[in-house]
Design a protein around this ligand. Sequence first.
Ligand code: SPV
Ligand code: MG
Length: 574
Amino acid sequence: MKAIIIAAGMGTRLLHLTKDMPKCKLKVHGKPLIEHTLDIFKELGITDISVVKGFLKEQISYPDVKSYYNDQYQDNNILTSLMYAREELNDEVIVVYSDIIFQKSVVEKLMEAQGNFCAVVDSEWRKNYLGRTLHPVSQAEKVLVEGQAIRRIGKHLPEEETSGEFIGMAKFSPEGCRILKQVYDELLARTPEQRFQHAPSLKKAYLTDMFQELVERGHHAVPVFIRGGWQEIDTLEDLKRAGGEITSARITPENRRRLLRQSLYAGVSTERTTERKILRAIEAHNGISAIVASTSILPDKKIGFDALWISSLTESAAKGQPDIEVMGFDSRLRTVSEILEVTNLPIIIDGDTGGDPNAFEYLVRRAEALGVSAVVIEDKVYPKRNSLDLESAQIQEKPELFAQKIRRGKHAQLTSDFMIIARIESFIAGKGVDDALFRAKVYLEAGVDGILIHSKSAYPDEVLSFARHYRTLTEQLEMQRPLICVPTTYHDVTDEELYREGFSIIIYANHLLRSAVNAMKKTCELILQHGKGSAVSPLCCSVSEVFDLVGFSDIKTKERVFQSPEVGKWAPKI
Ligand code: SPV
Ligand code: MG
């Protein structure tokens, strides 16, 4: 008996949890989903196991488990995935989705079943949908059984005509494997792009579409009935119900600190041969804003924020204070500590002017020890005023003095992962591109790890012109150092456009605080107007969402899971 685990998909419905991790690596009862499956197979003596990988294939690696790679995983579906492992289809083979968790008895029943095509069907399937709000019944792969045979199968079946739910585990006999491959090849040769059963094409077909095809061709598909004892993990809600934790895992300061440099120089060891990647950073000013920023993603594109910006403007504003460099580094570092607790993202800290060189050394040492990846200091005279204030005098530091501060900071840091970024305020101070470039050269020569060029213009022209000259300058100096910008005032240019013009990190520097202020103002206004809380319900997230975000739900999950000495052994929740 062999087994094939299909683990190629992107798990988009698990949102941020599957941004950087394949779904089968999510932990349930303290152990990755796929390891529950592997352990059960091994306990049952099934040692010839293959995995079809796709999304983030490098993260799925087990000794004695064969690998197949579905390189088109973004474009195809489960049936095609299975066919990537077609050379394994030559024996009695169990095929299983990688996002289900089940008891050993489920596999035992399937092993005993006789027939060329056997599918495990849960007759008590309706229970699986009680209180399951994010995965509706319409998504269930339903099965209609007549006599001892599957007649119809697929998500499209009406509930009234459903005998049970296909759990995503099937078995093919050697003869079943032969027929499966023959039918597949025939369909591929004849109608590769046409509708296939309920799928838009063969490529996009589910395993259930193939079962339906086999049934219609007169083959006997055997239902192997079970009553519960399994669970599908499709959404955050499913994960929570199964005993998985839904807030992000933790990270050591060492590992977090190096994340920014790693992303900037994605996988390339020398700074000469960089492979640039767009990095989006967004401001966070406290724990909850950091949680929202880290968990917000475009699931289909796997786009999320790559770093958090600890802004002086919003960090002080969150405490009701102006951004005039009076709050001090200790306040900023306390906020950083709060944020580190709740996110795995790398942190870029706004160091204002850096203070005097001694104060800057202190900031570098403390930030580096906490696991911050980079500090940005602006080349203004202490105490600075916020750069976007149109009335304040914006006085720049002498370039040589600022370079000295950079050298002191670089000298103070202990690791090569930590970055010091110089922020040039020439445009803010009303000077031109020549002054900015002169300063860039001085700071680069002082050893700075990147340059942030700031502007308060309504248009990106200033920063774009700087970017063009910066490229030439860094080529002349034979050093590649990332370029960063803060498009607050020139906010119509997209991050992709800025990236194409040479920027590596785009910082959305104050948007969570500003949008929160608007939402809070509206909420106050509506409550005062209507005299009741329901007036603002559409503006508010639910209390249970807050519980989920801040890990309260995980506490309850852990209390349940760790109650049993059998942590790591999944048991269905009764
Ligand atoms: C901040 O976010 O605190 C910044 C950027 O320093 S700006 O407010 O534009 O000066
Ligand atoms: Mg600032």
